[in-house]
Design a protein around this ligand. Structure first.
Ligand SMILES: NC(=O)c1ccc[n+]([C@@H]2O[C@H](COP(=O)([O-])OP(=O)(O)OC[C@H]3O[C@@H](n4cnc5c(N)ncnc54)[C@H](O)[C@@H]3O)[C@@H](O)[C@H]2O)c1
Length: 348
């Protein structure tokens, strides 16, 4: 059960909304859709996903039940298409924008595709929201916007040079959002996610994230790869906490955040070596018969930051949000989901 607090839950029950989730077939988007359906909301899920990704959304039917699934409309379309965004936005009160090309290495390989999806696509979503009179747009920004600034912890006033086209695309998103707030009074709030993890995060493809990649390696008895010496640190946030931050940001009243951004992380710094120790202990405790393997180190990848940590002061003061799921809890839920225990939705 998502921990939202009685006031927010009551508000959703008494005044259900129509939500648009872009990137609905993706990792974070699919958790948002599932949580909103579980809260009795009506959801439009927009994604330009492949058939396999659509099948993933369809599997949600079994987890949420027929009744809730009936409140979901899936639009197989592209955010770069203004007409498509306008149609998806019809009657929508609140938008949670997640669709993007999310891989840093992919953005280095194809900066034009990154710009088209992440900048042009974002512009289309904002414009369609403005035309449709949407109450608020909450969108996914990224800790990547802090770029080469080495001061920790990162608060929202800090700014470095973007190190990659992906980081630049998120910086530009934030400028567009602030400009729409100024010029059109559009209520639009950015969430700077740090490293999000949880069930259904993909372990396939060249650009998969570290946690599902390590689950996959341990499951197959192969050596997990650590890029660099393992001293790099990250701030990991469980996906259900990210869902909660989105819903709180969307429903926030009496606090003006239009055109602004807040961090969504845990406020805890974890080195890759510490993460590996916690993850492997969790996996071997749950699945003692797996063969024991040790990680191997490769050189750091281009674009990777050495350290990343969220200052959560502004988020706590404005959204009243602090993450509730510890790394150990989140890893255990994610491991069980990864290792195929059906019905694991990521709720803790
Ligand atoms: N996962 C993280 O740790 C993390 C960290 C920081 C920021 N973010 C941001 O959070 C958001 C969601 O990330 P995720 O991890 O769920 O990624 P994901 O790749 O799992 O999901 C993104 C979804 O967007 C869809 N999409 C991409 N381009 C599209 C387009 N042009 N039109 C329609 N749909 C499109 C994809 O098909 C995919 O289903 C992204 O904006 C990402 O930049 C994620």
């Amino acid at each position: 059960m998502l921990q939202l607090g009685d006031a927010v839950r009551q508000r959703l029950e008494q005044r259900p909304c129509r939500w648009l989730v872009t990137g609905a077939a993706g990792f974070i988007g699919s958790h948002l859709v599932e949580a909103l359906l579980g809260l009795g909301q009506t959801v439009v899920g927009l994604d330009n996903c492949s058939g396999a990704a659509l099948a993933k959304l369809d599997r949600m039917r079994h987890r949420v039940g027929e009744d809730a699934f009936g409140r979901l409309t899936i639009v197989n379309g592209d955010i770069r298409d203004l007409q498509c965004c306008r149609q998806a936005m019809d009657g929508v009160n609140l938008v949670l924008h997640q669709a993007a090309l999310v891989s840093v290495p992919a953005s280095l390989a194809d900066p034009v595709a990154c710009h088209a999806n992440n900048v042009t696509g974002f512009c289309m979503v904002l414009e369609a929201a403005r035309q449709a009179g949407v109450r608020r747009v909450v969108y996914a920004s990224s800790s990547a916007v802090y770029g080469d600034d080495s001061v920790l912890a990162k608060d929202e006033t800090m700014a470095g040079q973007p190190r990659t086209p992906y980081a630049l695309s998120k910086v530009v998103n934030e400028h567009y959002a602030a400009t729409y707030a100024r010029c059109y009074n559009q209520d639009v709030v950015g969430l700077r996610y740090f490293n999000v993890y949880g069930p259904r995060q993909t372990a396939t493809g060249a650009y998969a994230a570290v946690i599902p990649l390590w689950f996959a390696a341990l499951f197959q008895g192969q050596e997990p790869v650590i890029y660099g010496d393992g001293s790099a640190t990250r701030d990991f946030c469980f996906v259900q906490d990210v869902v909660r931050a989105n819903i709180l940001a969307a429903l926030l009243e009496n606090v003006a955040l239009a055109g602004e951004v807040v961090n969504v992380g845990s406020g805890r710094s974890v080195s890759l070596l510490e993460l590996y120790a916690a993850l492997s202990e969790t996996v071997y405790a749950l699945y003692p018969d797996l063969p024991r393997v040790s990680p191997r180190h490769l050189p750091p990848r281009a674009g990777d930051l050495q350290h990343s940590l969220a200052d959560m002061t502004k988020t706590q003061q404005t959204l009243g949000f602090m993450p509730e799921v510890s790394l150990r809890q989140g890893l255990a839920v994610s491991a069980r989901a990864y290792f195929g225990e059906e019905g694991t939705t990521g709720n803790v």
